[in-house]
Design a protein around this ligand. Structure first.
Ligand SMILES: NC(=O)c1ccc[n+]([C@@H]2O[C@H](COP(=O)([O-])OP(=O)(O)OC[C@H]3O[C@@H](n4cnc5c(N)ncnc54)[C@H](OP(=O)(O)O)[C@@H]3O)[C@@H](O)[C@H]2O)c1
Length: 340
């Protein structure tokens, strides 16, 4: 069993990109809990942040200067409860998330807001739960960006790009549960998984996926590639709800051009895409992850029957292998088990 440690990312200029180092714990404050982390995830954003991506924006959140402990998700058991925390006790099995910070979840213990934590279903393993919150909440924010809700999705045609990945597979499952007809663009080897997850149609991402799709969709979601954003907008019908993308150039543009020129350039690009929306459609969203109570409540409601495949599960000392798994685009989510 590990002592109290964390996996620090030392930055792209460092010969050794990561180091396991002692963790200084503090008692949870008002509205906070401390969790002993059984499992945490490595998402594409962690790999990008380890390369310095988004540094200007993350510095605003005191999360942009190396060394950084990365990671947003965790599953484990509560070790301490701060003042004014109701309905959670020491020993409870929980899972949840943290916003971007310099002391993320790749550690044996994390402090999180009690409001960002859900009780874990006894039927689910920490590894299965620790890969859900960050991806689910971002996916949910994207759905909301299109205007789709549990109340209006039934019978609507929705197009999901990047469906073989984490956000895409979660979107397929949630939209199918909401009664939408989901067309999923994904790699051919994931099509049977996508159909079993609830997709009505699966389109091969490798062979000109937009060529055979006409403009009949109520909402389109881009979890794959900015290059395809206009093609997805072109699949919306007149009077559609809207489009949202998690793959947009905002952070990279601000990194490259600075705050003012970056913001102006981003607005210009965004306006150009918004103008491509069909008549009667007004929603066009660039999704940015943030903790969101409504999304977490929805995750709590579906967490016992929603899943992502795990492709890699390693100890904290082997954490760099989990980053390599994501960087190399290998299948399945990457999990770190800090308590092993
Ligand atoms: N804005 C935010 O706050 C936010 C938050 C979370 C995630 N994201 C971004 O959202 C995207 C989805 O996240 P995720 O965790 O689901 O990532 P993921 O698991 O890597 O899934 C992305 C999927 O899209 C596929 N893809 C990439 N480029 C493609 C292309 N040109 N044509 C067809 N398919 C393509 C990928 O295939 P390969 O694996 O073969 O490349 C993969 O199956 C990522 O880019 C992530 O960085 C943004």
């Amino acid at each position: 069993m590990m002592d109290d440690v964390e996996l620090a990312c030392l930055g792209p200029a460092s010969a050794d990109r990561f180091a396991v180092r002692p963790l200084t714990r503090r008692p949870p404050g008002k509205g906070e809990i401390e969790v002993r982390v059984e499992a945490t995830s490595v998402n594409p954003i962690d790999v990008r942040r380890s390369d310095g991506y988004g540094a200007r924006l993350f510095r605003l959140m005191k999360a942009g200067r190396f060394p950084l402990v990365l990671g947003n998700d965790f599953a484990g058991s509560i070790t301490a409860v701060g003042e004014d925390v109701q309905n959670l006790s020491t020993g409870d099995a929980v899972f949840g998330l943290k916003p971007a910070s310099a002391n993320g979840t790749h550690a044996t213990h994390v402090i999180a807001k009690a409001a960002h934590v859900l009780k874990a279903a006894a039927s689910r393993e920490p590894c299965e739960l620790a890969i859900l919150p960050y991806s689910f909440v971002t996916m949910y924010l994207a759905l909301r960006g299109t205007g789709l809700t549990r109340d209006n999705a039934r019978g609507q045609d929705v197009l999901v790009h990047g469906a073989s990945g984490g956000l895409g597979l979660l979107a397929v499952q949630l939209l199918a549960q909401w009664g939408a007809n989901v067309t999923a663009i994904g790699w051919a080897d994931s099509h049977s998984l996508l159909r079993s997850a609830g997709a009505s149609n699966a389109v091969d991402a490798a062979s000109k996926p937009f060529a055979g799709l006409d403009a009949h969709f109520t909402a389109t979601l881009n979890f794959a590639s900015w290059d395809d954003d206009l093609a997805l907008i072109g699949c919306l019908r007149t009077g559609a709800l809207g489009h949202a993308t998690t793959v947009h150039p905002l952070l990279a543009t601000i990194d490259r051009l600075g705050w003012v020129r970056g913001a102006v350039a981003s607005m210009t690009i965004k306006r150009r895409h918004r103008m491509a929306l069909p008549a009667g459609c007004r929603r066009y969203g660039w999704t940015l992850f943030r903790p969101d109570q409504e999304a977490l409540t929805e995750l709590g409601a579906v967490s016992s029957h929603i899943f992502l495949p795990v492709g890699c599960s390693v100890s904290l000392a082997q954490g760099p292998a989990a980053f390599a798994h994501v960087r190399d685009g290998k299948q399945g989510r990457a999990v770190i088990r800090p308590s092993d």
